[in-house]
Every structure is written in C-alpha cells, then in structure tokens.
Design a protein around this ligand. Sequence first.
Ligand code: URA
Ligand code: CA
Length: 433
Amino acid sequence: MRMVDMIEKKRDGNELSKEEIDFLINGYTSGEIPDYQMAAMSMAIYYQGMTQQERVYLTEAMVKSGEQIDLSAISGIKVDKHSTGGVGDTTTLVLAPLVAAVGVPVAKMSGRGLGHTGGTIDKLEAVPGFHVEISNEEFIKLVNKNNVAVIGQTANLTPADKKLYGLRDVTATVNSIPLIASSIMSKKIASGADAIVLDVKTGNGAFMKEIDDAIELAKAMVEIGNGVGRHTMAIISDMSQPLGYAIGNALEVKEAIDTLQGKGPQDLQDLCLTLGSHMVVLAKKAETPQEARRMLLEVMENGKALETFKLFLASQGGDVSVIDDPTKLPTAKYTFEVKARETGYVSEIVADQIGTAAMVLGAGRVTKDSTIDLAVGLVLNKKVGDFVNVGDPIVTIHSNNENVEDVTKRIYEAYTLVNEPAKIPPLVYKEIM
Ligand code: URA
Ligand code: CA
C-alpha cells in the first residue's frame, strides 16, 4: 500500500477500504506517514467527504490507536454524555449525580482543556479537597458503590486523534463533518461507554453556529456510535445565549447545587432533565423519556440527587460542608454590578462574548499552561426575553482584580436591548435517534 495512491483515490472521490484506513491511521500514529501526506489526505477528505462505512472504520482505527478503558467490572449499562461545548454549560456537574441517583452508573472520564471556564474537573476542584487522581481500581469501586465517580483523562487515549486534530488545526481542515464526528466519537468510545447521549449545541456560542450543520454533525455521530455497536442518540440544543446564569468554576458549582434541588435556572434544569431522561432510557432504567423525567424530578425534590452529589464529592476527598454553605467555595474579592444603560427587552446575549469576558477575568485557560482562578466569573441577572429598566443590574462580575473596565465593555457589547418584546429561542431544537 502506498500513501500517495490513497490520497489520489480520495482526491478523486473514491471510497477507502478498511485495510487502507487502518494503514493510514497506524502509519500516521507511528510516524511512518509524514504530516505532509496526512495534510493532503485531510484536505481530500474535507472536499470529498467520507461514506458512513469509511467513518466507522476511521473511528475504530483511532479508538485502537491507544488505550481503551474497560468498564466491564461495573455492573449495568454505562451511559456517557458528551457536549460539543458552550458557554456556562453546567450540565455535567448536575447530570452525573442526578442520573446516578436513579441508578444509572456514571463512570466519567473528564478533562481540563482550554475554554471560557475550566473543564468539569476544574469546576469540581472548586470544592476544597476534591481530586480526580484515583487509581482505575478505586474508580471502578466508587462507581459500583455510589453509581458515580470522575477520573482524569488517560494520557494515551486516542493518540491518532490527538495528532490528527493538531494537524487539522493548522491546515484548515478542522471543519469537516466526517473528521469532527470520528474525532469526538473515537474519544467517547475509547472511554468505555456502552451508550452515549450527545448534546450538540448550535448558535453563536457553539462550535456549530448554524442549526443545519449541527444536525448534520449530530446525525454523523449517531450513525458512527450505532455503527460500532454503542447505542447513541443526540439532541440539538441552543447556545445562542449562555446556559443558566453562572459562568465560572465555583459559581457553576453553586448553580449545580441549586439545580440538583430543583431551584436552578429554568433552562439549565430543563436541559438536564431532557439529557438525563435519555440517559436513563439508554441505561434501561425507564421505558420512556417521560417516565425517566418523572424519576429525575422526584430525586430533585426528595433530596436524593443532592445526597448523591455529596457522597460522590466526599468519596473523592471533597469537603461537602460547601453544599450546605456555598460561601465556603472559593469567593472573589470584589463584585461589581453592570447596570443597564437603557430600558427595553433583552433580545440577544452573544454567548461567545460573555465567554470571553469570563476568560478575561481568569475563569478559563488561554493557553494550556495558564492557571485558572476558580472564584471568578459572571452571573447573568437578565436573559433573552427579560425586560430591564435603565439602571437594573444585568450582570454581576465576580473578580479578583479591581479593574474590570475591559470585562464591562465586553458585557455591554454582548447584550442587545430592543423596544418590542423579544422572542425567546427554543432550548431544544431536535432529537436525533
Ligand atoms: N472537537 C473534537 O474533539 N474534535 C474535532 O475534530 C472538533 C471538535
Ligand atoms: Ca451556567
């Protein structure tokens, strides 16, 4: 097999075989296939696309390029949730204990990464003492005992994807549905989930800005997941404005505590119930999403969801007294109210700009080596559709720096007020099975 022949084949719009795709991924991971040939192949895929069969082979080859997590020692159907990422997306913090409370085993492998705020692990580390440096044995023991545990990402998960993603990033080939779908799914599959619920976000704060692109990506991922024998479904959800009120690590932990008790922001609660009910169904703990939703609401109301969160945090070293007294979470030195400069209805809150404002405060990492400030962030007091009077606080800034001029400017730029009542975007656009 010669790489140049395969590039030519794909360039001309032909289908690659399983042997060819295995050769490609093995050769690229080991370094035998150079970057320039893989770059040409990525561009050929970008223009010619890949068939469903090719996507499955590519995903499987990437899964096999590194370690695969074996969760078979955990009883029950392990369901994982993946979000394509947004601003102030507190869902994982809520969902893990929420579905665990109705008996779904959650064996979560999470990362830190770059972004407007930290990743799930950073957020959880706002709880003093909480840590994810546990052995695989301990991880499995905890999931069997509490139904939920979180461990840091194995260094050797899908090395082929790591290398290819880096190459795509500098060759203008990130934006290819087959490449994105196989990249995301290879990581989920290698992490050992039996079933996967995908939250594909759309809107200006999302990776997929246009709904049609989000739908296409979701379909591609669902087909890959089901194609490799992992039951997969997706929802398309709105990320034109941030989710919930809080954007920031400790602030989101507080928001998660509220939501687990049914006292959180309506949109965050709704999304958690929707995603959670599909997780419960895929785990075969309920027959229908409606039945699952009722079960989840019940554990929010009877305290079991919060109890499960406490058990989970305590089992990994966390000081759970913060749950009853969230003032014990890292707290910023200063708060500032950003006040409306006019009267009207909020018609838009550009999620991206709000996210960047939170990052400027120090809530997220700009580069891999940045340290994040767990205490800082933003709390939105007004969301799309709300009416505001001039002088009303629209956003509260939590900062450890006295100078928040730049952050304030970004917040004003993100908000648009209009005279007529503004349309509230739907939270969930579509479900893809
Ligand atoms: N996120 C990923 O993990 N992979 C991609 O290719 C794009 C976004
Ligand atoms: Ca939030």
